[in-house]
Ligand binder design. Structure first.
Ligand code: NAD
Length: 491
């Protein structure tokens, strides 16, 4: 682990709420501080939305849907506006990358290499969709013309977490706008700035006022006010399982449509015939990328007995080479944890791992410097029944578990309340396909870990990983509904 330092100045974006095409103060006048987790310093005071603002934003979105130009324009015109939005994002690349890195403490090199291109790709992909969302003519009988049209669901409330603020915001905004919906997006309180920046760029690109509203504020207040607003037609949530469950419950009286992208405790299986160099490298990246604050982090590393000891030694050696430090330094691989609260949660899990008898082999102690830094941490001799193997830690903590054979590997892997992703490393093609089928996960990686693409659906197979899919053509189902039209041809 190498610790680096030195801040860099960044031009800050808007800090007010975006409602109905204008940046405004919260009705209460309240603000909250967003901090740089690498320095613990306040970056900016941001307007703090509450119920009154949520209600205003939903009204603005409804008006834009029903009275504004958005609902009346040609699909091809909507597509052109989204292309201009993508162009604005490309033009402001440096600003977006800098703000994303500063607000979330994300290493600037990985934001430039991963988050930014993924967000841009997402808007470019969905900008191609508006005039290709078609319906079906279904021939039922000769005296009727019967068809199924796809219509926008309407006003969408999107609530996103802090670990990929730019990307997760775009995963909601792009398909929803492509489908002709309007949106109120609530970013996480820890990372409101890139969402506000996207709001400004959307306006500049010609997205009509009220189509995209951005509402920073606390979950329990701004977030819940959106969920409980009966005028919201769809809730698209990415975040933790407990909040997902609370949202489902709160939305029940209105039977609001829901997509829930929740947590993970993903198993990553290393077989004794795997390319061990590649498996060590991929598994370390699988858990330490973004300091383990990744829903699909490969946090349970399952290793076959004959190679267990060698794999553990090499994983530990690799962990020690990871550069932890100032996110503004191009060489940094791992930045800080997002907040003191999250750091406390993670260290609580590390204590639990030690108490339960797992072997802490590297890391585990906060780095002695300003900022919420924790080094790569590896536990070996972990049992799948231990707390560190069952619960989502959301930090750079690998739990390495031993297994005997394929059946035991699948049993351990599937023995979890989560179902988001899984990895497996083997040279046996038959085993790869067979296990891809048997592993209970929305995404299975073979001889790689962590890849995703705009064109491929992303989400869990139920339980604490949630339901529904972001991305791909599938996400269009989140933001459209089907309408049956029956025209009598009798005369
Ligand atoms: P979180 O659930 O605490 O917060 C997520 C969002 O919900 C934030 O905007 C927050 O302000 C809001 N919120 C909090 N309480 C709320 C409430 N009562 N009502 C309405 N909104 C509320 O999650 P987090 O700590 O920001 O993010 C980490 C979690 O997100 C992890 O569990 C991670 O696995 C999950 N995640 C999942 C995916 C995925 O694609 N499946 C992607 C990224 C993160």
């Amino acid at each position: 682990m190498t610790v680096t330092a030195s801040p860099r100045s960044v031009q800050l974006p808007e800090t007010k709420l975006l409602i109905g095409g204008a940046f405004v103060d919260a009705a209460s006048g309240a603000t909250f501080a967003t901090r740089n987790p690498a320095t613990e310093e306040v970056i900016a005071q941001v307007a703090q939305a509450a119920r009154a603002d949520a209600d205003r934003a939903v009204k603005a979105a409804r008006r834009a849907l029903e009275e504004g130009p958005w609902g009346k324009m040609r699909a091809s015109e909507r597509a052109r506006i989204l292309v201009r939005f993508a162009d604005a994002i490309r033009k402001h690349q440096d600003e977006i990358v800098a703000v994303e890195s500063l607000d979330g403490g994300k290493p600037i090199a990985s934001v430039r290499r991963q988050d930014y291109p993924a967000a841009l790709d997402c808007i470019e992909y969905y900008a191609g969709w508006p005039d290709k969302i078609t319906g079906d003519v279904v021939p039922v009988r000769p005296d009727a013309h019967t068809y199924v049209a796809r219509v926008p669901v309407g006003v969408v409330a999107a609530i996103v977490p802090w670990n990929f603020p730019l990307m997760n915001s775009m995963w909601k905004i792009a398909p929803a706008l492509a489908c002709g919906c309007t949106m109120v997006l609530k970013p996480a309180s820890e990372t409101p700035l890139t969402a506000l920046l996207l709001g400004r760029l959307a306006l500049e690109a010609g997205v009509p006022e009220g189509v995209l509203n951005i509402l920073p504020g606390p979950g329990v207040d701004a977030g819940m006010s959106l969920v409980r607003n009966p005028d919201v037609d769809k809730i698209s949530f990415t975040g933790s399982p407990p909040v997902g469950k609370a949202i489902m419950e709160a939305a029940a009286p209105f039977i609001t449509r829901l997509t829930l992208e929740l947590g993970g405790k993903s198993p990553n299986l290393i077989f004794d015939d795997a390319d061990i160099d590649a498996a060590v490298k991929g598994s370390a990246a699988g858990i330490f990328f973004n300091a383990g604050q990744v829903c699909s982090a490969g946090s349970r590393v399952l290793v076959q007995k004959p190679i267990y000891d060698e794999f553990c030694e090499r994983m530990i050696e690799r962990s020690k080479t990871i550069v932890v430090g100032d996110p503004q330094d191009e060489k940094t691989y791992m930045g800080p944890i997002i907040s003191q609260k999250q750091l406390d949660t993670i260290t609580g899990y590390i204590d639990a791992g030690k108490r339960e008898g797992a072997n802490l082999r590297v890391g585990g102690e906060r780095v002695a410097r300003k900022g919420y830094f924790l080094p790569p941490t590896v536990f070996t001799e972990v049992e799948n029944s231990m707390k560190i193997a069952r619960e989502e830690i959301f930090g750079p903590v690998a739990a390495v578990i031993r297994f005997k054979d394929e059946d035991e590997a699948v049993r351990i892997a599937n023995d979890s309340p989560f179902s988001l992703a899984a990895g497996l490393w083997t040279k046996d093609i038959g085993r790869a396909h067979s296990l891809a089928n048997r592993l209970h996960a929305g995404t299975v990686w073979v001889n790689t870990y962590g890849q995703s693409d705009t064109r491929l659906p992303w989400g869990g197979l139920g339980g604490d990983s949630g339901m529904g899919r972001d991305l791909g053509e599938t996400a269009l189902d989140n933001y459209t509904d089907k309408k049956t039209i029956w025209i009598s041809l009798r005369r």
